[in-house]
Design a binder for this molecule. Sequence first.
Ligand SMILES: C[S@@+](CC[C@H](N)C(=O)[O-])C[C@H]1O[C@@H](n2cnc3c(N)ncnc32)[C@H](O)[C@@H]1O
Length: 218
Amino acid sequence: MGFIDKKIEDYCIAKSNLPSPDCDRIETYTRANVHGAQMLIGKMEASFMGFLLRSIEAKRVLELGTFTGYSALAMAEHLPEEGEVITVDVNAETVALAKDFWSQSKHGHKIQSKLGSGLDIIPSLQGTFDFVFIDADKKNYIQYLKMTVPMLSSKGMIVLDNTLWSGRVVPDSAEEGHKLIDGNTEFIRQVNDYIAASEDLYGTLLPVRDGMFLVRRK
Ligand SMILES: C[S@@+](CC[C@H](N)C(=O)[O-])C[C@H]1O[C@@H](n2cnc3c(N)ncnc32)[C@H](O)[C@@H]1O
């Protein structure tokens, strides 16, 4: 679900700096051939993340949820040559596709894939991250957030994707809320509430695409 008029979004995309044709190839292939293609972040969100990465001069990025590698490559394109994106996913099949696409890009060498669940991989990672992109299984969002906040560098930020969950976090009425509530809606609400109530975190929830929650330490 998008939260702004398609015509307006298309205009914003037309006037923005966008991911490279290498990313476009991943997007086109994924939309045509891969189940779950609606999970891709898409051009607008990728452009915005590029702006954030450039603003903080990010060097080290952690991504939870690789899928076919679109967002990892879109982020790698904004890092310096020595920059690094570590990206984690449980799905060996889509990760193999991602690796194939990355190998065709001059930025592919910056991406390191880790196959496994986020909860298992995160504790094995060393050092700090300037940017964490949380876009994997919703039930563990709150854990991913709690585990990665201490890993942030002094300029570091976390972006949690899909935090409006197609608008289901805000039902129109009690009846509709009852109908639409599912496990994932509840998990997303919990993490949104946790950020909103935290004394230590500064958060901004933006209605970009399916909702992006930007978080950093106060
Ligand atoms: C929304 S997609 C990621 C899309 C990707 N960031 C992009 O825009 O190109 C979510 C991914 O999370 C992965 N995933 C699901 N459970 C996971 C877990 N426990 N740990 C890590 N990744 C997981 C799925 O296999 C899927 O590829």
